[in-house]
Unconditional design. Structure first.
Length: 72
């Protein structure tokens, strides 16, 4: 999870930019592909959902929460 914290700024700078990327299917797909290329594929992101007790949450919420933690 700590590795993902360091990589998130490569994909989006803030929650607003994440919302923009997530709102369109094509940019969401590119974001997920980019994360997978950096070693954060479906399995790793699902594990992160478990770690932060967000298994029933959308992946957007998981990424947003990680971005929020990074900015603190």
């Amino acid at each position: 999870m700590e590795l993902l914290f360091g990589k998130l700024p490569e994909f989006f700078k803030n929650e607003e930019q994440l919302r923009e990327l997530w709102s369109a299917p094509d940019t969401r797909k590119k974001l997920l592909q980019g994360l997978a290329e950096k070693g954060f594929g479906h399995d790793q992101l699902a594990e992160m959902q478990k770690i932060i007790d967000a298994e029933k949450s959308d992946l957007f919420d998981v990424l947003r929460s990680n971005e929020t933690m990074l900015l603190r």
